[in-house]
Design a protein around this ligand. Structure first.
Ligand code: GUN
Ligand code: ZN
Length: 435
């Protein structure tokens, strides 16, 4: 019997969610001595050991992880796998960074062998950081999406990905056309959307690199496939916002360009959302579109500060992303760390519970995947991680003095990275163990 079929009970501390801790008191559920029971790749039960011990039926394998924390696997809602090798490439802001590093790097993904090689390394990085689901951009090349999905399928990860659509304002060697982008995306949806754990995302890079015809074609595909994801960038950088105003005159705002083409809806995820106005935030909330806040990228590229208070007042769905290679870490713990600091800069306090929510159950809810991943709720796919509070001497010291679960979790968020991730499980099967 393979590892993911046998009933297995994991005993450790547990963290899961029944609601957003910012809105629901008791939204975060922390068990000091918990049990997680997994069978056939799904969660069977999760809760206090004392009340679930009868779930340990004859033949159940028992995995003891005393002192460790089991939490849902992290969800990175915005990342570019082809930019893995160009992480930490400095530039004077977004637009020069795209021209100098990003476009030349993405050219290499015309070679399927290179794409597969980077895709494997990228997934190694994700699981070593405890990330079990990511919304990833590929490149304009259809084969770059095949490479990522093939690598993900082989590990049985739940990934969302799409071929970039880009037919202007980029080098000739990275352009598709409205027609070829439509045809390639349609073929990839057919091949990969809902095949096993794979899901497709229509991926217009951002408004400046698509013509009116391409955005129209993308909107048509979106209408044909209401459960397919959409991912793009919006209002990340002041030069970018100005450029969009010139390229798309007559629109109320940058976000309105996407709305005009039918690209604001549930399962549409927009990276950054820094320079939105209240009207934009209200439209995000009304349509169910999701803001992916990418703090390490926003600081690295000097893009600006995301406003949690305004996002909250507007009830705009929010999740977290790494945005590697603009972001500087694949770790969602490091991403929480920087999110916390950006929130502080705007007078907002992000609790550890809320940061873990944003990186797990909150993201799943925003993406319409709340019955699938993001919690330890029975019936969910068993994507979970084992975090080690003694991963480093400093984390051990700080954790040892924590006076509450909130303080204990907060230490992970400020001091943790891939070293804190002892094990990562996808659909009940271990896909990473720290060396
Ligand atoms: N805007 C358009 N393309 C990109 C990209 O690759 N990264 C980031 N951070 N912003 C973008
Ligand atoms: Zn991005």
């Amino acid at each position: 019997m393979s590892q993911n079929e046998q009933r297995t009970a994991y005993r450790a501390k547990l963290l899961t969610f029944v609601g957003d801790p910012a809105e629901t008191s008791g939204g975060a559920c922390f068990e000091e001595d918990g049990l997680l029971v997994v069978e056939g790749g799904h969660v069977v039960a999760a809760g206090p050991y004392a009340s679930l011990r009868e779930q340990i039926t004859p033949g159940t394998a028992i995995v003891e992880r005393p002192g460790k924390l089991i939490a849902p696997g992290f969800i990175d809602t915005h990342v570019h796998y082809p930019q893995t090798e160009m992480i930490a490439s400095p530039a004077a802001g977004l637009l020069p960074w795209l021209d100098t590093y990003t476009f030349p790097t993405e050219r290499g993904f015309a070679d399927p062998e290179h794409a597969s090689n980077v895709a494997e390394f990228f997934l190694d990085q994700l699981v070593s950081c405890g990330t079990t689901t990511a919304l990833t951009y590929c490149t304009v090349h259809k084969g770059s999406a095949d490479a990522l999905f093939e690598a993900s399928e082989a590990r049985n990860l739940r990934m969302v990905a799409g071929k970039v659509l880009m037919d202007r304002n980029c080098p000739e060697f990275l352009r598709d056309t409205a027609q070829s982008g439509y045809d390639d995306s349609a073929a990839l949806i057919e091949r990969w959307h809902k095949r096993g754990r794979q899901l497709y995302a229509l991926t217009p890079r951002f408004a400046p690199t698509s013509t009116h015809e391409q955005l129209e074609a993308c909107g048509a595909l979106a209408r044909l496939h209401p459960d397919v994801f959409i991912q793009s960038h919006v209002s990340e950088n002041t030069d970018e916002v100005k450029w969009v105003k010139e390229l798309f005159p007559g629109h109320r705002s940058y976000l309105d360009v996407y709305e005009h083409y039918g690209l604001l809806r549930r399962r549409a995820v927009y990276g950054h959302c820094i320079y939105l106005d209240d009207n934009d935030r209200a439209r995000m909330a009304e349509t169910g579109a999701v803001a992916s806040h990418c703090p390490t990228s926003n600081l690295f590229l000097g893009s600006g500060l995301f406003d949690f208070d305004k996002a909250g007042s507007a009830k705009m769905p929010v999740a977290l992303g790494t945005d590697v290679g603009g972001g500087t870490s694949f770790s969602m713990l490091q991403t929480m760390n920087e999110a916390h600091k950006i929130a502080r800069m705007t007078g907002h306090h992000l609790t550890a519970e809320r940061m873990f929510w944003l990186a797990t159950a909150g993201a799943a809810q925003a993406l319409g995947l709340e019955d699938t991943v993001g919690t330890l709720r029975p019936g969910s796919e068993a994507d979970f991680i084992v975090l080690d509070p003694e991963a480093t001497p400093l984390l051990a010291r700080r954790s040892g003095l924590a006076q509450s679960p909130e303080e204990w979790l907060f230490a992970f968020a400020m001091l943790g990275d891939d070293r804190a991730v002892l094990e990562t499980y996808a659909a009940g099967k271990r896909v990473h163990r720290r060396a």
